[in-house]
Design a protein around this ligand. Structure first.
Ligand code: TRP
Length: 481
């Protein structure tokens, strides 16, 4: 059974995909990773990966959704049947669903922190506060399982309600209000950063390329980030692609999504680092950049409470427009497969992901360093879940590229792409060779560089398994009539 739902407007897919792509990855993760990895050099690798690897896979993933017009798992079943390929490719759908579920669980907890800071900023609690006060405030938030759970719960309910209202009334209408507002806020914060901060220092930090600054770890992190930021490899884009108008251009849309997503990351980076440098603070603060360094900058600046509050509302909105795209693929699957109503399906997905999120909550307090979990796995539950998603997303992207480039009937792909022969050949070369090679390289990061003993083993098994499966599948698709 297929849903055969289509977005109300031709441009809605673009809106929805940008909503999915622009999120905590752009506003929180990108600036702190760039800050830790020397700025410009990191950005160079990040941008190159987006254009050479991200866009081709984005096109492939959207195409799989539109060609099947089903939720990712059902869609993959449909495509393997109609293109007579190995059924093993359906694992792309299952892995994507697993990744969506895992990402949502921690994404919601972190977005919850932004809820806390929106409140602190708008009530003016932090105005004039010093570094020690702000840092200990953040530590106190992380030390409180109750508070973290409260925010996590509020955030995930808000996301669930939007998806539960359906793709037209919920997702489309929500995005149509949220996305323009987010761009306006981003520009306001940038203008504020230019007026009150050190824009020149920010620009030179972000755009001075010195590849020597970049460690191998930095390279790999930049490539991993380009997957994360485009929401690739886990079915979110496929699920939205299933509702895409048949006559919209896959390639042009993918370019637009990647361009807007990159532009938002750059503008956010410029705004944040203007404020951070303007206040004489350190760029390499890690994950605390947004929650400790930035609030400190706001605390010292005129109208900091107000603009800071507006900034954290931006973070929340961007996070919600992403989290709804994490719920959609799984919810749509439950509706198609088990005939649940949409609210029932969303409820099931959200409750399960919420419960898993409690593991992330306790990672910062009850189950931090000395706990049994930490001893068993050599890391906190949050780090473990993040690591798993860092394996699943590139792996999903790799398999999507291989499936689209090698397994599908290429004449059908060409028809779906509706582009010139020349661009089709370029795209196919990228998904067949360049993207898989690049992704294999990203795996270097997840496998040998992680300390601990359990995960490297699991990771190695997954990779070997994937390659073995890939080979069998390729052999299988060669024999297909
Ligand atoms: N792209 C999102 C961001 O930058 C994060 C993300 C990764 C995501 N994978 C996703 C969002 C899948 C939705 C669906 O914040």
């Amino acid at each position: 059974m297929s849903t055969h739902n289509v977005w109300t407007h031709k441009g809605t897919f673009l809106l929805a995909a940008v909503g999915s792509a622009v999120g905590l990855g752009n506003l929180w993760r990108f600036p702190y990773l760039a800050g830790e990895n020397g700025g410009g050099a990191f950005i160079l690798i990040y941008a190159l990966t987006i254009f050479a690897v991200g866009i081709p896979i984005l096109i492939a993933e959207t195409m799989l959704g539109r060609a099947s017009r089903r939720s990712p798992i059902m869609g993959m079943q449909f495509l393997t049947r109609t293109h007579k390929t190995s059924r093993a490719w359906v694992s792309i759908g299952w892995m994507g669903a697993a990744a969506a579920f895992l990402i949502l669980s921690f994404y919601s907890v972190i977005a919850g922190w932004a809820l806390h800071y929106t409140w602190l900023m708008l009530t003016g609690t932090l105005v004039g506060a010093d570094a020690a006060t702000i840092a200990s405030g953040f530590d106190a938030l992380l030390a409180s399982p109750g508070l973290l759970t409260l925010y996590h719960t509020l955030f995930i309910i808000a996301s669930g309600v939007i998806v539960g209202m359906g793709i037209h009334k919920g997702i489309e209408s929500g995005l149509r209000i949220m996305m323009p507002a987010l761009f306006v806020i981003l520009l306001v914060v940038l203008a504020y950063g230019i007026a009150n901060g050190d824009f020149a220092a920010a620009a030179s930090f972000l755009f001075t390329f010195n590849l020597g600054d970049l460690s191998l770890e930095g390279w790999l992190e930049a490539m991993g980030q380009s997957f994360f930021t485009l929401s690739l490899g886990m079915g979110a884009i496929m699920a939205y692609g299933a509702y895409m108008a048949s006559d919209a251009s896959l390639s042009r849309t993918a370019f637009a999504v990647a361009f807007v997503d990159t532009a938002v990351a750059m503008v956010a980076g410029l705004a944040i680092f203007s404020l951070v440098f303007g206040a004489g603070l350190d760029a390499a603060a890690g994950p605390g950049l947004m929650f400790v360094t930035l609030p400190l900058a706001f605390a010292e600046m005129p109208f900091g409470g107000l603009i800071g509050g507006v900034f954290f509302i931006l973070v929340l909105g961007a996070a919600i427009s992403s989290s709804i795209s994490l719920i959609e693929p799984v919810a749509a699957f439950l509706v198609e497969r088990f005939d649940l109503t949409r609210p029932q399906a969303v409820f099931a997905m959200v409750v399960a992901s919420w419960a898993l999120g409690l593991l992330t909550v306790v990672s910062f307090n009850l189950w931090a360093e000395a706990s049994l979990f930490h001893t068993l796995f050599g890391r906190s539950a949050f780090d473990l879940i993040e690591l798993l998603t860092n394996i699943l997303m590139p792996l999903g992207g790799l398999l999507i590229a291989l499936f689209a480039g090698w397994a599908l009937t290429q004449s059908e792909v060409m028809k779906e792409m509706r582009t010139s022969e020349a661009w089709f050949q370029v795209w196919r070369f990228l998904v067949r060779f360049v993207a898989p090679a690049a992704v294999a390289f990203v795996f270097l990061r997840t496998i040998p560089l992680v300390e601990g003993y359990l995960l490297p083993a699991i990771g190695a098994l997954i990779i070997v398994g994937a390659f073995a499966a890939g080979r069998t599948m390729l052999a299988g698709s060669g024999q297909a009539q």
